[in-house]
Design a protein around this ligand. Structure first.
Ligand SMILES: NC(=O)c1ccc[n+]([C@@H]2O[C@H](COP(=O)([O-])OP(=O)(O)OC[C@H]3O[C@@H](n4cnc5c(N)ncnc54)[C@H](OP(=O)(O)O)[C@@H]3O)[C@@H](O)[C@H]2O)c1
Length: 263
């Protein structure tokens, strides 16, 4: 009986896979990734919401929603998640970590840590799906970067570098994969005070603003308290537009502050 139920579930899963488009999103435990998972589910897609530490209580219980473990800095974790997910139509590389601090105070090990997630994690995830997309002649990779790439601001040099690398990577890759019917897109969110981004970076950023840089830091904090910010929904909508875009548009700024910078 258990076998029959198992077989029925597999068939049901397979028929759902053909009926719905499937998106796999990294970093869904909070913030932009969590809202993007909710949004695609609301729109009727099959959603594979990945998290370093999977939690079943964050998203609606649904046959169209699966939570899988994935740490984008670990090759075996990437392989296991993609094996478990089966074919996907869209990959959203959203997982990322922040860094605010003066370069002279930032240990190189911290710089490497930021690049491991924000840059190499994105490249590794993309590389892991590109063969299935190319051989199917379909598929979209959406890389979530930052409005920090649109206009330079002080005290985020390392973070901006990690995201700017992905801007260049994605632009080149879009051209490389275009002949195979595969798309690569950028979503460039602005500043969101409501996600876990700052809280998640507190330990990493401790002590990275020496006295000489405090006036600059204060000016940035004052600027960030502007009411023109980005919401989780802004990013989810931009990712949705990128996933469904057929115009060849590469860059999708998300949030009022990012749109103003991009203009
Ligand atoms: N918030 C902003 O102001 C802002 C502005 C521009 C761009 N962004 C970008 O937007 C994306 C989402 O940020 P957010 O604001 O939503 O921040 P968030 O709430 O901190 O979410 C980041 C997510 O990334 C995950 N993550 C971190 N390292 C990971 C790894 N090695 N493997 C897999 N997942 C990992 C986190 O998981 P854990 O819970 O396990 O740590 C979390 O789910 C990031 O790429 C960020 O750089 C944010």
């Amino acid at each position: 009986m258990a076998l029959i139920v198992g077989a029925m579930q597999t068939t049901q899963e397979l028929s759902m896979k053909t009926a719905f488009k499937t998106v796999l999103i990294t970093g869904c435990s909070s913030g932009y990734g969590l809202e993007t998972a909710r949004y695609f589910h609301e729109k009727g897609w099959m959603v594979i919401a990945t998290m370093r530490q999977p939690r079943e209580d964050l998203l609606p219980r649904s046959e169209r929603l699966r939570v899988l473990a994935l740490d984008v800095t670990r090759p075996e974790s990437i392989a296991a998640a993609l094996e478990a997910s089966g074919p996907i139509d869209v990959l959203v590389n959203n997982a990322g970590i922040g860094l605010f601090g003066a370069l002279e105070a930032t240990p190189l090990a911290t710089t490497r840590e930021v690049f491991e997630t924000n840059t190499f994690g994105v490249i590794a995830m993309t590389q892991a799906v590109v063969t299935q997309f190319r051989s199917r002649r379909a598929g979209t990779v959406i890389n979530v970067t930052s409005s920090a790439t649109l206009a330079p601001m002080p005290l985020v040099a390392v973070y901006t570098a990690s995201k700017q690398a992905i801007q260049g990577f994605t632009g080149s890759l879009a051209l490389e994969l275009e002949p195979f019917g595969v798309r690569a897109k950028l979503v460039e969110p602005g500043y969101a005070p409501s996600t876990q981004f700052t809280a998640n970076g507190q330990t990493r950023m401790a002590g990275l603003v020496p006295e000489a840089y405090v006036p600059q830091a204060q000016r940035i904090f004052a600027a960030l308290s502007s009411p023109m910010v980005t919401t989780e929904r802004d990013v989810a909508e931009a990712v949705w537009h990128a996933a469904n875009d057929e115009s060849g548009q590469l860059r999708f700024p998300a949030g009022a502050d990012a749109v103003a910078l991009a203009g």
